[in-house]
Ligand binder design. Structure first.
Ligand code: MF3
Ligand code: CO
Ligand code: CO
Length: 252
């Protein structure tokens, strides 16, 4: 069992600023996630935005990862390495960015639609966002971290989807990946209890088909569904407060 860092007010303010910048990066990228653009180009725009606002992209050189963002298209689940793939009408795209601003980390991802997407793809994205929101509704002092995964797992399965279990949410803020591990499929009342001052991500990856995933053998990073079906993901960085929680990577 690891150590969960309870952040000081000063650290919280730093993580809040970094998180807002990460959220603004995703908002800025909206205009570039269109048919005809490569994922490498979108990554370049993400890096420019973060750096021009005084931040460093946390993923760049993280354990050897080669880019400033992760861009995962269609059957790609997460950790998609930006490349020369040209986006086309109907693609669903996840962009995941993590900023380091004044030493503090903010981590968020969302889905983008390229042109008109299928009703099946839209439903998958809608349910995945709902999964994140159900997880956030569990965030309050005294509740178990496992209840986040309990509500997400049950809802996603009820909707007929597979819940990725090989990757989890995580503590974040003074490091990229801290304790606790936040599973998206977990037993009720399992794991540590939430306390004010904890900051962690919730980042469910939900599959149209089977839950199993595999890592690309050539780029060693891009994670795909085992059955080639679609996958979606949304992620927020959350602060546990005295009365509940604050979504640090939200812009509203
Ligand atoms: N941002 C991802 C997360 O949500 C982690 C990406 S690590 C990388 O935890 F090395 F793949 F970039
Ligand atoms: Co994360
Ligand atoms: Co992330």
């Amino acid at each position: 069992m690891g150590m969960i860092i309870i952040k000081t007010p000063e650290q919280i303010e730093g993580i809040r600023k970094s998180s807002k910048l990460a959220a603004k990066t995703l908002q800025y990228l909206e205009q570039f996630v269109v048919a005809g653009n490569t994922t490498a180009f979108i990554n370049q725009k993400a890096e420019e935005f973060m750096r021009s606002h005084g931040a460093i992209p946390a993923t760049l050189n993280y354990k050897g990862y080669p880019a400033a963002s992760c861009i995962s298209v269609n059957d790609e689940v997460c950790h998609g390495v930006p490349n020369q793939y040209v986006l086309k009408d109907g693609d669903i795209v996840n962009v995941d960015v993590t900023t380091i601003l004044n030493g503090y980390y903010g981590d968020t991802c969302k889905m983008y639609s390229v042109g008109q997407v299928s009703p099946e793809a839209q439903r998958l994205m809608d349910v995945t966002l709902e999964c994140l929101n159900l997880g956030i509704a569990e965030c309050k002092p005294g509740n178990f971290v496992g209840n986040i995964g309990w509500v997400i797992g049950n809802y996603a399965r009820k909707m007929g989807y597979g819940v990725v279990y090989q990757f989890c949410g995580h503590g974040v803020g003074v490091k990229f990946h801290e304790d606790p591990e936040v599973a998206h499929d977990a037993d009720r009342n399992s794991g540590p209890k939430m306390k004010p001052g904890m900051t962690f991500t919730i980042e469910p990856m939900i599959n149209e088909g089977k839950a199993r995933v595999k890592v690309d053998k050539s780029d060693k990073w891009t994670v795909r569904t085992i059955d080639g079906k679609l996958s979606a993901q949304y992620e927020h960085t959350i602060l546990i407060t005295e009365s509940g929680c604050e979504i640090l990577t939200s812009l509203d």
